[in-house]
Design a protein around this ligand. Sequence first.
Ligand code: GCO
Length: 479
Amino acid sequence: MVTTGSPDYRDGGLEFGPDFVIGSATASYQIEGAAREDGRGPSIWDTFSHTPGRVWNGDTGDVADDHYHRWESDLDLMADLGLQSYRFSIAWPRIQATGSGAANPRGIEFYSRLVDGLLARGIRPIATLYHWDLPQALEDRGGWTDRDTAYRFAEYASRVTEALGDRVHTWTTLNEPWCSAYLGYGSGAHAPGRTDGAAALTAVHHLNLAHGLAVQEVRRAASNDPDLSVTHNFHVIRGDDDTSPEAKRRIDALANRAFIHPMLRGEYPADLLEDTAGVTDWSFVRDGDLAEINQPLDVLGVNYYSTVTVRMWDGASPRENNDGHKDVGGSPWPGSTDVEFLPQAGPYTEMGWNIAPDGLEELLLSLRDQFPDQPLMITENGAAFPDKVRMTESGPRVHDADRIDYLNRHFTAAHRALAQGVNLRGYQVWSLMDNFEWGYGYSKRFGIIRVDYETQERILKDSAYWLQELIATRRTPEL
Ligand code: GCO
């Protein structure tokens, strides 16, 4: 088990009130499989994963967890765990194979059955409209660098809401637009694998615009007064070098404020525009766009895994580049490639990410201070570890004590934030089951349920039982 230097953040018996919604999360391309079934068109992740050299081991989402066929038994597992909520994503290319036009009834039916199955089991549906599987046909026309993609997304959002907008409790427009823009178009680590800083910043704006337009469409088309949200992977940025304040400001502008300021304040930060002036003039921002983007949100989704530590590069010594993402040559930091990401103190998860529950508490407090009236929800938190299956008298078990410890520490951090008055509505553990971890393929396991990819057998890990007890008792289990 990973042991940590900090004995902190490890309280047992912490109580969570009845309104704090505890569940788990997944995403379409990571679990569904059935990539060519029932009229689903190709997405940028199909193309990317089938391109040699892009994903570890040549892994693809063609089959994944076969959830598309096993959704019903997967729902039963969720019910066994007592999940109060389930955060899933809808695959745009199942609804519109080429990214526009009428909704594909078979795609709609799949999600409609899923939502009904959740409601029948008393589980609250939290639907993400975009967890990175852009229809390839739209990418062929420029993808997120093309303004029209934002309008196509709004159309797709309205089609989905017309079908499910009487039952979904919470709609999340985008998952981690930071990844879509900067890893997709800047570093090239994610689909579509482009490495162009100007394209990445153009994508930032069109994703923001897509979010604002989609919020309006969902509000218009839904009949059950749902909660509207968006999910960000906010960067918690540290550093104690003399140059760290400048490096922190730059990364905060690119990673956090580039999204949250237009969305919640209706403006792009002036320093962001200055820092990136050598990359783009931002002329893709048109009059009226910021008003479209700036829509009130019922809840702001927070994904948190670890921190980053930065300083400015001196231009001489070998450049450190530990920003937690696969380094494939391109930079996800347009205009700030001279920021160094330093190695951080352990312990680490199998992703190499440092375990820092204090970073989650700090993030929640900081968001409360910046946006005092904005309710928050942890929409992802969890960890990959090298699990082992052991045969026991009661069948195969996975004793993932390190994942339990990780979750316990982060629930402790959430509890501390709640105790300080943060309006935190819930916690969705990433992930319900092992799945396709993007560029890392199936080599990293984040699930609280083990998936045997040969047989598709599901095994509840000890962390799943831990979560079950937490939800049932409303207390973090005693250690
Ligand atoms: C994310 C991702 C997930 C990842 C998880 C672990 O939103 O970053 O949504 O799909 O699998 O974060 O890297």
